[in-house]
Design a protein around this ligand. Structure first.
Ligand code: SF4
Length: 703
């Protein structure tokens, strides 16, 4: 452990799910500087551009919300009020709706950026005391397809691998992801491993040629939406070549026969034609995987954000299962978490269809167990409204009140103009926020100022199940409070017992106790151990040093009923909004290197804004020529839901027929014509309810 001076403390970067450690130096004037933590097992001192500039977002307090505000009716102006008044009135309004329309008339919409303790208390409040499962988070837009697929394939939402497997693998299959920009420090580790071991094979699957392709041995530039066809075709070649693990398939997996029959239904030539890639390249990908001693598949939103997101995930996990590359060093399916604590949220059951510690909402025994532990009301069996469903329910009046915390849905939801209409119609909107910038504030009846990163303590879990403790380093400005304290004060105003936690450590201790004897058991873990040992990976069952778990399923016993993994024969049919003569292009979306989500933090940093200054449309030069569009000219992009106007960026690195827009920009000075989610489709995967943010039909014209 690094010896820290009195003014130096440790934390974890609050952007992506890589979970890099930072060392923070507090200056005499109350500002901070920071650097990468050289002793941290994840980043070993490295930080990406976002992490390196994190202190600017903390030091710049010009956009901070400082006091609770409230309006007594929609026609009255917002006015500053005390915490007591804001929470008392909010509790009175919530009680009225619950009494009149039932508990399902209110909802909480939270975030993968909340700390685990914050997730825990809001989930407990909603499910255990208000009596509705209407608590969902923006992780629904991010990881819910991976969660569902892990449950189906492995029995539970459990990432089997650790980052140290990177240096032990000799083949990587990176699909639906651009980690060079979106998970940079993890990718630096892959790059360093490849540089030291040139024989390591890297396969990148993406309709665009991204920076991640820079070290690829093979780039499969597939047609958007054809991932399952491609994964099945690779599976077929692996079987044909005998590059499968028969012992694993026979003794530890179910479903192989059905899968094998399915993947042989399509010829390789047919699959290659559907995917728009060469047959030879599919064979080469299968050869690289087949010859690997350690094989890691890596993915993120390109697979998750789809109406067939769960099936895409399953078709990928199948490649690890049929080759037996799971539960051993250097191998396994590694879903890259978008947000810093999406996994912590999953641990506490912070989605509308989950219960704490991976318990099953549909199981009456599990519901009874949690109810008894919390001592509140009966936990409803019916899953709550998911992210997009909440806004549909506000629109049709089923939902009366929504409490939005730590997220900016009017930039991030698909078909966002519909979400905007929904907030206009909502009877009561609470917005719990750090910044005065998010568009949602315009619709708020109550605004609650929240403490930001470094102004509160708590824990987060990264993509490899690694839990880290984040110290409180600064006092929050004005009257801003930690999110968990706001929720606990509100719960007490509602008259509920069980929210009188003295500090975050007590919340964590309760959460840890509730995990006892489950597959994510962290009942041995406490703040003291995290402070002494640094970060640890769950499960962590005893108080013994080093009780964490680097990788899962080393005994090849999965969390399914019969302990076998499931190889799923999933169909490859695409049910997205297909291009037609009116909307002939496929629009796909994604991040850029130096911005984070809806830019409320990174947008404040000049250095980060220099990389790419405004939203743009990436289009193939041949498509642009046909439309008479030149580099830098303004284009009008229209879908069935709305339009945007941004400058064209001509690039041969995107396929013809496909266009790309970044996801970050929302309204700028009231103008929403940079906002890609005016265009995107709110159709969702039937199982994960994750929206089709990566695929919709659009037209493109010169302005
Ligand atoms: Fe932060 Fe992610 Fe960059 Fe690491 S890779 S510094 S966690 S944004």
């Amino acid at each position: 452990k690094t010896k820290l001076s009195a003014h130096t403390q440790k934390s974890t970067c609050c952007y992506c799910g890589v979970g890099c450690g930072v060392v923070i130096n507090k200056q005499k004037n109350g500002s901070i500087t920071l650097e990468g933590d050289k002793t941290h097992p994840v980043n070993k001192g490295m930080l990406c551009s976002k992490g390196l500039n994190l202190h600017y977002t903390v030091n710049d307090k010009t956009d901070r919300l400082l006091h609770p505000q409230m309006r007594y009716s929609k026609s009255m102006p917002m006015q500053r009020v005390s915490w007591d008044d804001a929470l008392a009135r909010t509790a009175a309004v919530f009680k009225t709706f619950i009494q009149k329309y039932g508990p399902d008339s209110v909802a909480f919409y939270a975030s993968g950026q909340c700390l685990t303790e914050e997730y825990y208390v809001v989930n407990k409040l909603m499910k255990g005391f208000i009596g509705s499962n209407n608590i969902d988070t923006n992780s629904r837009l991010c990881m819910s397809s991976a969660v569902a697929a892990y449950k189906i394939a492995l029995g539970e939402d459990s990432v089997p691998v650790c980052y140290d497997d990177i240096e032990l693998a000799d083949c990587f299959y990176v699909t639906g992801a651009n980690p060079a920009w979106c998970h940079p420090i993890l990718w630096r580790r892959v790059e360093a491993h490849k540089a030291a071991n040139p024989d390591v094979k890297i396969i990148v699957v993406d309709p665009r040629t991204t920076d991640t392709c820079g070290i690829a041995d093979l780039h499969l530039q597939l047609n958007p939406g054809t991932d399952i066809t491609l994964n099945h075709a690779i599976g077929r070649v692996l079987i044909e070549n005998g590059d499968i693990d028969l012992d694993f398939i026979t003794n530890h997996a179910d479903g192989f026969e059905q899968y094998s029959r399915l993947v042989f239904e399509r010829s390789l030539a047919e699959a290659a034609q559907i995917c728009g890639v060469a047959e030879h390249d599919i064979r080469l990908a299968a050869q690289y995987i087949g010859q690997a001693k350690g094989f890691i598949s890596m993915w993120t939103m390109g697979l998750n954000q789809s109406t067939i997101g769960v099936n895409k995930n399953l078709s990928l996990i199948n490649l690890n299962l049929i080759t037996g590359h799971i539960g051993k060093p250097g191998s396994g399916p590694l879903s890259l978490t978008g947000q810093p604590n999406a996994m912590g949220g999953r641990e506490v059951g912070g989605l509308a269809n989950l219960l704490p510690a991976h318990r099953n909402l549909a199981n009456p025994l599990h519901r009874a167990e949690v109810q008894k532990f919390w001592g509140g009301t009966e936990i409803a069996a019916k899953p709550g409204l998911t992210a997009t469903e909440m806004f549909e329910a506000l629109n049709d009046g089923r939902l009366k009140a929504i409490w939005i915390m730590c997220t900016n849905p009017l930039a991030s939801l698909p078909n966002v103009r519909l979400a905007e209409e929904a907030l206009k119609k909502a009877k009561f909107v609470v917005v719990q926020e750090v910044s005065n910038k998010p568009e949602t504030l315009a619709y708020a009846d109550v605004i609650l100022p929240a403490a930001a990163w470094a102004e509160k303590e708590g824990t987060m879990t990264n993509s490899e199940r690694r839990i880290s403790y984040l110290e409180k380093i600064l006092d929050a400005p004005g009257e801003a409070l930690p999110d968990s304290e706001i929720i606990c004060r509100f719960a007490q105003k509602m008259g509920y017992k069980g929210f009188d936690f003295k500090n975050a450590a007590e919340i964590y201790a309760e959460h840890a106790k509730l995990t006892a004897k489950t597959t994510i058991d962290i009942s041995g873990l406490s703040y003291e151990i995290l402070k002494q040992q640094g970060t640890v990976q769950w499960p962590y069952k005893t108080k013994k040093a080093g009780a964490g778990s680097q990788r899962l399923f080393t005994d090849k016993r999965f969390y399914t009923e019969n302990k076998n993994a499931l190889i799923s024969a999933v169909p490859d049919a695409l049910n997205s909004e297909l291009p037609d003569s009116n909307y002939p292009f496929i629009l796909t979306t994604g991040r850029i290197r130096d911005q984070w989500h809806t830019m409320s933090k990174t947008g404040k940093v000049n250095k980060l804004n220099q990389h790419i200054k405004q939203a743009f449309l990436e289009i193939n030069p041949l498509d642009a020529a046909q439309l008479g569009i030149r580099e830098g000219e303004v284009t009008v992009i229209t879908s069935r839901r709305g339009e945007v106007r941004v400058k064209a960026k001509l690039s041969a690195e995107i396929k013809q027929g496909v266009v790309f827009m970044p996801m970050h920009w929302g309204k700028i000075l009231g103008n929403d014509l940079n906002r890609v989610n005016n265009l995107t489709n709110d159709a969702v995967d039937p199982i994960s309810k994750e929206p089709d943010l990566k695929y919709c039909a659009v037209s493109v014209q010169k302005y």
